[in-house]
Design a protein. Structure first.
Length: 68
């Protein structure tokens, strides 16, 4: 499966990685590479828990256009 992730740097300098399609799936790292690797593991763990509980593996994601 492929998932989109978001990586950003927080005020303390750590890189935060989130997977919006998997509720509660967030991790961090000292570098963007480390954050990406950590969120990959977090996605697998979150999916396993959701599967065990009979929950949908991910949320539906859509793109919308907003005029700014």
């Amino acid at each position: 499966m492929k998932f989109a992730i978001v990586i950003y740097q927080d005020e303390d300098g750590a890189y935060i990685a989130e997977c919006p399609a998997v509720p509660g799936c967030i991790s961090q790292g000292r570098t963007t590479e480390e954050a990406e690797a950590n969120v990959r593991d977090a996605i697998l763990e979150c999916l396993e828990v959701r599967r065990e509980r009979g929950m949908p593996l991910s949320l539906e994601m859509k793109e919308i256009e907003v005029q700014v």
